[in-house]
Design a protein around this ligand. Structure first.
Ligand code: ADP
Ligand code: ASP
Ligand code: MG
Length: 411
């Protein structure tokens, strides 16, 4: 008999009908003999609705109180599913994060899980009950409700699987696995049988929101077998694995990630003296603004241009900090651009293949897409381009790296 943690996302519990369907599915698994812990998201759209309510009161809700409101979405779905299970004759009980005692730090809206008390859950499983846990939420040492950041129910699922030493953590969602790129953007995207934790972590960090970044970190750290599956269609899904060898038969690139979350700032005509990068980025980091990509041009006329990207939400704040800096250090001007997108190719195969970046640049050049910034690591190459070319770029790269699904007969 296996112990499985099953997490169902927002669309999978988005209506009463869907919740009844999830209950049927859980019942079937339970009858097959497995012990089950089920983690749920709020109904799709609910978390946004709750945030919007808070924003109608104030632009900047107190983070602690925002957690009190946004955590309620998951409390609704766990009760409904538990009722649906009991109605079907399946013994079940629901718990909020606080009731389990999922202890987190106090970083409201982006808390990290520190410890999970597994006593209650184990006792219930022993009594034959299905345990239904609210995703996305925990409690800090002061007893305040915390939440784990958007998409955080994935992390609750993986963390519970790690704490309970579950045989597998299954993430049920509205796609039947992890694809070579977002199937909503590229219809030719292919489902991957397997992907390594390392690649999945890059994909998630670079914008593929199919799994929350922290859930992948957690699964890698505690070696939790993790699988992404469709909630209502049968199929093997995608296994996230530590085994690099097994995915070696795949192409050099496993996937293409992209995001539209960033904005670009350039400070021009900066006197080129030692310490210039620190003078520019010091005040940015002191304002708690995270910087992603950085490019400093070679100096000419003893001045240099310095460009970096930040999250779009922090663009205005970063711009005003940078304008202050420009005045202080005598730089010529600050310019910015919010209409950019970042496209990244990811794959462990890059380690053993040369020329991957140039193949990427060639594919973009063929579409006359201008590359504004580049950054690389061992298993990824990212470029910043004009936002309006995003979909074209992703499709061109998907084809150039031979990721397209074979056309079906007659197509
Ligand atoms: P849930 O509500 O179940 O947590 P999410 O919306 O968070 O679901 O994640 C599933 C979505 O992730 C899919 O509908 C898909 O559009 C998107 N997605 C982005 N990149 C990928 C990818 N590489 N593979 C599969 N899905 C992806
Ligand atoms: N309900 C939360 C959100 O929408 C958490 C989750 O769905 O994973 O972000
Ligand atoms: Mg999600």
């Amino acid at each position: 008999m296996a112990l499985i943690v099953q997490k169902f996302g927002g669309t999978s519990v988005g209506s009463i009908e869907r919740i009844e369907q999830v209950a049927d599915k859980v019942k079937k698994h339970r009858e097959a003999g497995d012990d089950l812990v089920v983690v749920l998201s709020a109904m799709s759209g609910e978390t946004n609705r709750l945030i919007d309510l808070a924003k109608q009161i104030t632009d900047q809700p107190v983070p602690r109180e925002l957690d009190v409101i946004v955590s309620t979405g998951e409390q609704v779905t766990i009760a409904l599913l538990t009722m649906a299970l009991i109605k079907r004759g399946v013994p079940a009980v629901s718990y909020t994060g606080n009731q389990v005692r999922i202890l987190t730090d106090s970083a409201h809206n982006k808390a990290r899980i520190l410890q999970i008390d597994d006593h209650k859950i184990r006792a219930d499983l022993k009594e034959g009950r299905v345990v239904v846990v609210a995703g996305f939420q925990g409690v800090d040492e002061h007893g305040s409700i915390t939440t784990l950041g958007r998409g955080g129910s994935d992390t609750t699922g993986v963390a519970l699987a790690a704490a309970l030493k579950a045989d597998e953590c299954q993430i049920y969602t509205d796609v039947d696995g992890v694809y070579t790129t977002d199937p909503r953007v590229v219809p030719q995207a292919r489902r991957l049988e397997k992907i390594t934790f390392e690649e999945m972590l890059e994909m998630a960090s670079l914008g593929s929101k199919v799994l929350q970044i922290r859930s992948v970190e957690f699964a890698g750290k505690y070696n939790v077998p993790l699988r992404v599956l469709h909630s209502f269609k049968e199929g093997p899904g995608t296994l996230i694995t530590i085994d690099e060898e097994e995915s070696m038969e795949q192409p050099i690139i496993s996937g293409i990630a992209f995001n539209r979350d960033e904005a670009k700032l350039t400070i021009r005509g900066v006197p080129d003296t030692p310490g210039v990068a620190f003078k520019i980025l010091g005040p940015i980091s002191a304002s708690n603004i995270e910087v992603d990509m950085i490019v400093q041009n070679v100096a000419h006329d003893n001045t240099t241009d310095f460009t970096f990207t930040v999250h779009r939400n922090e663009y205005e704040k970063a711009q005003s900090v940078l304008e202050n800096t420009a005045r202080e250090i005598g730089a010529r001007e600050v310019i910015g651009d919010t209409k950019i997108a970042k496209v990244s190719i990811v794959g462990v195969g890059m380690r053993s293949h040369a020329g991957v970046a140039s193949r990427m640049f060639e594919a973009l050049a063929k579409e006359s897409i201008n590359i504004q910034m580049i950054s690389t690591s061992e298993i990824k190459v990212s470029v910043v381009i004009e936002e309006k070319y995003l979909e074209l770029a992703v499709r061109a790269l998907h084809t150039a790296f031979e990721l397209d699904a074979p056309a079906r007969q007659g197509e």
